[in-house]
Write a protein that binds this ligand. Structure first.
Ligand code: ATP
Length: 478
């Protein structure tokens, strides 16, 4: 259902254990969320589905899992230190900060254009706005005990002389990082792509890969968003599923289209998202990231409107060229056919796990009336649902029913893994609870089961109930 409100989704997520505010008992922290027991199951299923479609089903795509903190030179070479910015504007009275493009209502990073658009505008609190500035979104961190607060320079004697230089060099001369920056400054990666580029040649060599080939990664990334909002849509700690596809220059147009098609059909066929809730958005010159020559996003109809879910980008040879230049490592590819060396082009497919989770929840959410009774149901694809099936004894105070139900539960658990034991409340309540978390099937063990080894299996979407034998249960659930 696409017209569900954000509040409804947030409340369902909290009530049923999909998503909690991070450090909620301390008042939370803007832009950070924790997944609960159901959320982590659903997210794991989404990631697995992507990994299957992307890595396991392509014999020329290989996975990696890179470190979150990399040598800071990586982010200089990639252009993130200089260019990973968002336009910021400040309320001159409250000093609250806003994304200038959001206030201006236009997707652009062009400072002059934003200044012009905002010249007669006030802040949401009705105060004058300051000048539009750029704000770097990379999160900083410091490696090793390097900060001056932690060490008294006088305490270290270097070669008999009192040391007066940067303290870290005296204490940890062997550490590489101090040669780069005496403060130990490093960044939490703003995108997973970075370590894919730095491992391009390692993967090519170890996997004896020939162009075209891809490298895929699922992992956390961090962005110091000026105004995190819309629940898990815009957060400061996010998870990305990215794949960089290395190709011969000249093949970019066709391959770009193929990866656009891949994303579109993955959402519809593998996640079951309704095509009506998706649309394409092409970036114009002002919107495109510093590395991209072309960018097409798939927008999903979130409660706050159509917004970016999945990006396909033509990054050209920008990244490998930049890393070759700064690292000094030869990243050219030798093409045996043409006997020529060149830097490969890159087509990128990049999607956020949290935005995918939110899209799937919004799309699956339905409110229905059945026989005069209202119900909330998550019509998730069975393979994605946190629980594939719930097993219940009709009455929880009848040991013979409970024992038989446990037998069925153990059998199904061996088959499917994610099976829920549910003996709380009456059967009607159990069905409603399972509908709300998207469990596709409920199996009930009653007194007849003890005589004829049949159970009731109830289908979440049709609410139909059928009697089937325990031995033929599994195929009904698959
Ligand atoms: P936006 O324009 O919404 O800030 P972006 O164009 O900067 O996103 P990319 O750099 O292309 O995003 O990142 C790839 C994907 O990562 C996005 O399509 C989105 O799904 C996800 N993503 C990016 N930023 C965030 C964020 N702050 N919170 C959650 N997901 C994000």
């Amino acid at each position: 259902m696409s017209d569900v409100s954000l509040e409804t989704i947030v409340s369902l997520c909290k009530r049923r254990g999909f998503v909690f505010q991070a450090s909620e008992i301390y008042g939370g922290l803007a832009g950070f969320y924790d997944y609960g027991p159901l959320g982590v199951e659903l997210v794991n299923n989404l990631k697995q589905e992507w990994w299957k479609a992307m890595v396991r089903e392509h014999d020329n795509i290989f996975g990696i899992d890179g470190a979150i903190i990399q040598n800071p030179k990586l982010w200089e070479a990639s252009g993130h230190v200089a260019g990973f910015t968002d336009p910021l504007v400040e309320d001159t009275v409250t000093h609250k900060r806003y994304r200038a493009d959001h206030l201006a209502g236009k997707d652009t990073n062009n400072i002059e254009e934003l200044t012009e658009l905002l010249k007669d505008k006030k802040s949401p609190d009705g105060n004058p706005l300051g000048p539009v500035r750029t704000f770097n979104m990379m999160m900083k961190t410091f490696i090793g005990p390097t900060s001056e607060e932690e060490f008294e320079p006088e305490a270290y004697d270097v070669g008999g002389d009192k040391y007066t230089g940067p303290i870290v060099e005296a204490v940890y001369p062997e550490r590489y990082l101090i040669q780069y920056d005496p403060t130990g400054l490093a960044y939490l990666r703003p995108e997973t792509a970075g370590s894919i580029f730095t491992n391009y040649d390692n993967v090519r060599e170890t996997m004896r890969a020939k162009l075209p080939f891809g490298v895929a990664q699922i992992g956390k990334a961090f962005r110091n968003e000026i105004s995190p909002r819309d629940f898990i849509f815009r957060v400061r700690e996010l998870e990305q599923m990215e794949m960089q596809y290395f190709i011969k220059p000249g093949e970019q147009e066709k391959i770009y289209q193929e990866w656009r098609d891949f994303a579109w059909s993955f959402l519809i066929e593998r996640l079951g998202i309704d095509e009506k809730n998706l649309q394409w958005h092409e970036h114009d010159d002002n919107e495109r990231a510093h590395y991209a020559a072309a960018a097409h996003d798939i927008y999903f109809k979130y409660p706050q409107g159509f917004k970016e879910l999945w990006g396909t980008h033509n990054r050209t040879d920008y990244d490998l060229k930049a890393h070759q230049k700064v690292s000094g490592k030869d990243l050219e590819y030798f093409d045996e056919g043409s006997r020529k060396k060149f830097i490969p082009y890159v087509i990128e497919s990049s999607v956020g796990v949290g935005r995918m989770l939110m899209a799937v929840l919004v799309d699956a959410y339905h409110e229905e009336e059945i026989n005069g009774e209202k119900r909330v149901v998550l019509k998730l694809k069975p393979e994605l649902a946190p629980y594939r099936v719930a097993v219940s004894p009709l009455l929880k105070n009848k040991p013979e029913l409970v024992a038989k139900a446990k037998e069925v539960y153990d059998m199904l658990r061996k088959e499917f893994g994610n099976v829920m034991w549910d003996d709380n409340g009456n059967i009607g309540k159990r069905y409603r609870r399972q509908d709300e978390i998207g469990t596709p099937y409920c199996v009930t063990i009653d007194f007849d089961t003890l005589n004829d080894d049949t159970v009731t299996i109830r289908n979440r979407d049709t609410t139909e109930q059928n009697r089937v034998s325990v031995s033929s249960l599994a195929p009904h659930i698959s």
